[in-house]
Design a protein around this ligand. Sequence first.
Ligand SMILES: [Zn+2]
Ligand SMILES: [Zn+2]
Length: 152
Amino acid sequence: MIPPVPYSTHPSPLESGLRLDGKRMTPQRKKVLSLFEEIGSGIHLSAEEVHAKLTSSGERVSLATIYRTLRLLVKMTFLNELDLSEGGNRFELLSHDHPDHHHLICIRCGRTEEFENNEVVKAGKAAAKKFGFKLLESSLNVRALCPVCINE
Ligand SMILES: [Zn+2]
Ligand SMILES: [Zn+2]
């Protein structure tokens, strides 16, 4: 991801986003990002789950708008998108205190478990160095079937 910066001295993604791009950070986008900031890093939500959480707190917003907003927040590097072939994509907060983690993803139901592995991070570093790339993130997404979905 991004070089480790002590989180306490770093502005929250929302603050830096507002400063960076005040016009594009509409109230709608702010609300979606705030939701991820409140639940914290390491939680992976589908667009449907984000939509359900916002509508249950009284927001009137369509699922299509949520999809567009999530995509935009990924582009603005506030969120990370996990690509699942069957279960629909999941989104999580990109944060400095939770870098370089990996995902075991059930492609049917979207259950996502995180794990750490230094070898993967080291391999990413070595590959970037070899080709002269500037390293941003080394993460591995493992597509799999969870114990429940194996038996379906
Ligand atoms: Zn994660
Ligand atoms: Zn599953």
